[in-house]
Design a protein around this ligand. Structure first.
Ligand SMILES: C[S@@+](CC[C@H](N)C(=O)[O-])C[C@H]1O[C@@H](n2cnc3c(N)ncnc32)[C@H](O)[C@@H]1O
Length: 293
């Protein structure tokens, strides 16, 4: 069950808009005033590419994705949101790690910052991808991976329908889907250690991790409530045909997500958003570059 990125492209644009503040906060921390070349790998709709560009005074941000449809979405988004000629934002079709040599050529020199958010877990050999991205860095350059954290929570443990713990079981089903998805990727390999260790094995040091909490306590405003309902509806719809969600749970979700029914989640004041996202950062130590640029 491979992910259909063409189908997901509009959703990635919504995510880029939704995550704008998070990207800007991170870009402010990650971009150094002297940076001239940055890469956003698996850029989706280009939200972080734009945030990085905003923090640079001049240079290039290369927005890389393996899906032509997603890259078209990124190109449109960048065209409408970016016009400062001092920093060029360039969408490029690249499959990591297979096309690393072509990407190196496109960059034309070592990168100051490489960012990859929720992209490398879609690559069969994740360590090979981390090592490939580390090889693009200048000494002192940084590779930042936004991966992992805690699954987003929205509902109280007992919503009064079905067995308590409904959302926890939905997250567990998504985890099992994720294991299947990874097993079916080309050149799929297990990486039985965490992302910081992957960065160390790629020769980066020091390696640090920072996790930020995203909390919206109840009651949610209308926009946030709508976003939560849309997210739950999408996830239940996507997991339904996989057989990973029990029939009783699907029945409860159908009633909770039926806007004409008495149990519709939209009537509740106790919906919330709570999630944690981790960013792992590795620095290329000083010393001669292993690549001839
Ligand atoms: C879950 S989306 C994340 C998008 C964006 N970085 C974000 O955080 O919203 C994963 C992205 O990685 C891209 N992708 C998947 N495999 C890739 C690969 N091997 N090389 C480059 N991009 C890849 C997909 O096309 C998709 O745009």
């Amino acid at each position: 069950m491979p992910v259909d990125w063409t189908e997901l492209a509009p959703q990635l644009l919504d995510a880029a808009r939704h995550d704008r503040a998070w990207y800007l906060t991170l870009a402010r921390e990650l971009v150094d005033p002297a940076d001239r070349l940055a890469v956003d790998v698996g850029c989706g709709a280009g939200g972080m590419s734009l945030a990085i560009a905003r923090m640079m005074t001049c240079g290039r941000v290369v927005a890389v994705d393996a899906s032509p449809a997603v890259l078209d979405t990124a190109r449109d988004h960048i065209r409408t949101a970016w016009s400062d000629p001092r920093v060029r934002v360039e969408p490029v079709l690249v499959d990591i790690p297979a096309d690393t040599a072509a990407l190196r050529e496109t960059l034309g020199g070592p990168a100051d910052l490489v960012w990859a958010s929720a992209a490398l877990h879609h690559v069969g050999d994740q360590q090979a991808a981390v090592t490939a991205l580390a090889s693009l860095l200048d000494p002192g350059g940084r590779l930042a991976l936004a991966e992992g954290g805690l699954p987003e929570q929205h509902l109280p443990w007992d919503v009064g329908l079905g067995e308590p713990g409904l959302e926890g079981r939905l997250n567990a089903a998504q985890d099992r889907w994720f294991a299947r998805m990874r097993a079916e990727l080309p050149d799929s390999r297990r990486m039985p250690y965490g992302w910081p260790e992957a960065l160390r094995l790629a020769g980066l040091s020091p390696v640090t991790t920072r996790t930020t909490l995203d909390e919206r306590p109840p009651p949610l405003d209308n926009a946030a409530r709508k976003a939560v309902l849309a997210d739950l509806t999408r996830r239940v719809g996507w997991l339904r045909p996989t057989g990973l969600v029990a029939t009783g749970d699907l029945d409860a979700w159908d009633r909770l997500l039926d806007r004409s029914g008495e149990h519709w989640l939209g009537h509740r004041n106790d919906l919330f958003r709570l999630s944690a996202r981790s960013v792992h950062l590795g620095v290329r130590p000083p010393g001669p570059s292993v690549n001839r640029w």
